[in-house]
Design a protein around this ligand. Structure first.
Ligand code: ZN
Length: 340
């Protein structure tokens, strides 16, 4: 097959990634539309560089309704000074910026789910153009890639950092070492329902050390989970040798919390009915195989029995559907198994 030559990305950075010091700017993506004929999407970016050394690429709001990463990274961008850095930190607090501005998971412009849009296209939709720029321009600059997710408006999670089982065991070990360094209350060996098109997969296929998280949800951030994100980002940068100096007194806990695993698709429970969900277990609580996780009450009339959803394995409730009403097909619960 002849190699495919892609057009250059239409995105122009207003920062110079090779210059020392702190620069705040934008990834400018031309987007011609009714209210702005020659307009652009302006995605905020900060680069902090100090000499040679490894590069970390840090992103939040890959999904626009997930807030811990955005808060932690807007804060880091505003406070990180070059004298604390050995190497380079590239910070994009709101990766899918149109979705972030709208407070929605996907982009209001093209309905694009950025984390299902990789490797993207330089001549595609706005979301595909963002994916293409990260895949071809930013990921190759990075040694360490951290993408901070939460549950968004429809899911809620126990706070964990995570990596995936990978074919390259050296790379996998680097990823899990970074997960441990993040030192969230939980650390997860994560199984994806559908890894095609994910930023994670694009980064992993380039051999990068990749860490992701799920730090709460419900379409907001909590003081506890924001603190975990702020501390975890600095912990991983320190682990990579990019952030120098002593950690603050409120720095990292001694070690990562409990390790969780998602050994098979049995972890997931999907609604087969629509209706009113009755949670029977809260996040973090232990469950045994066969335990009731949730009931779904029909809401069209009274007098009907609820349907029951039970755990298929022993573990803890690691994620749950957040809104009180569910539709058939919604993910209503995830059970993570606890490693010894
Ligand atoms: Zn997400």
């Amino acid at each position: 097959m002849a190699p495919v030559t892609l057009a250059p990305s239409p995105i122009t950075p207003t920062v110079d990634f090779d210059r020392d010091g702190v620069q705040h700017g934008f990834l400018r993506l031309p987007y011609s539309r009714d209210d702005s004929a020659w307009g652009s999407v302006m995605i905020p970016v900060t680069v902090v560089r100090n000499g040679s050394g490894p590069t970390a690429l840090l992103t939040g709001a890959n999904h626009g309704d997930e807030y811990e990463g955005a808060v932690a990274l807007f804060d880091l961008a505003q406070t990180l000074t070059a004298d604390r850095v050995a190497g380079r930190v590239i910070i994009v607090p709101a990766m899918n910026y149109p979705a972030f501005q709208a407070g929605t998971r996907t982009s209001p412009i093209d309905k694009g789910n950025l984390n299902r849009s990789f490797p993207g296209r330089p001549d595609g939709t706005v979301t595909q153009k963002i994916a293409d720029y990260f895949a071809r321009e930013l990921l190759p600059l990075a040694d360490l890639v951290m993408d901070i997710h939460s549950g968004g408006r429809t899911l809620d999670f126990v706070p964990f950092a995570a990596a995936h089982i990978l074919p390259d065991k050296d790379q996998e070990a680097r990823c899990f070492a970074a997960v441990a360094a993040f030192a969230a209350p939980y650390s997860m060996r994560m199984l994806e329902i559908d890894a095609v098109g994910m930023y994670d997969t694009a980064a992993e296929e380039l051999g990068k050390t990749f860490v992701t998280t799920e730090l709460g949800g419900g379409g907001t951030g909590r003081a506890e989970t924001i603190a975990i994100a702020k501390r975890g980002v600095r912990n991983v940068l320190r682990h990579a040798g990019i952030l120098t100096g002593a950690p603050p007194a409120d720095g990292r806990p001694a070690e990562a919390g409990r390790w969780l695993d998602m050994p098979s698709a049995d972890c997931f429970r999907f609604a087969e009915d629509s209706g009113l969900i009755e949670a029977c277990v809260d996040l973090g609580q232990p469950v045994r195989k066969g335990d009731l996780l949730a009931r779904i009450h029909p809401i069209g009339r009274t007098g009907l029995a609820p349907s029951e959803y039970r755990a298929a394995l022993d573990g803890i409730l690691a994620a749950r559907h957040f809104p009180g009403l569910v539709k058939a097909g919604d993910c209503i619960a995830v059970v993570g198994t606890v490693e010894d």
